[in-house]
Write a protein that binds this ligand. Structure first.
Ligand SMILES: [Zn+2]
Length: 80
């Protein structure tokens, strides 16, 4: 854990990220959810960039490769 980065609370108090989580839990929750969103988007992008693997699989086993907008697995190309 990197505690060297400085943060400022809504009252302008300088602190590290651990203190920030305690003092500004809503800020922390927002940051977490934004991070989760970005991570999901990154997973979708990665799935799109490597199609065509295991196309003969009887049933798709890649829930992480599912691309909702086109209802296809980006890892094996199977329609879901
Ligand atoms: Zn798949």
């Amino acid at each position: 854990m990197d505690l060297s980065k400085e943060y400022y609370t809504s009252l302008g108090t300088k602190c590290n990220i651990l203190q920030m989580v305690k003092l500004e839990p809503e800020w922390a929750a927002n940051r977490l959810q934004e991070g989760e969103k970005r991570f999901d988007e990154l997973c979708e992008l990665k799935a799109v960039s490597q199609p065509g693997v295991a196309a003969d699989a009887e049933r798709c086993v890649h829930p992480q490769g599912y691309i909702k907008s086109v209802r296809i697995c980006g890892l094996c190309g199977e329609q879901l």
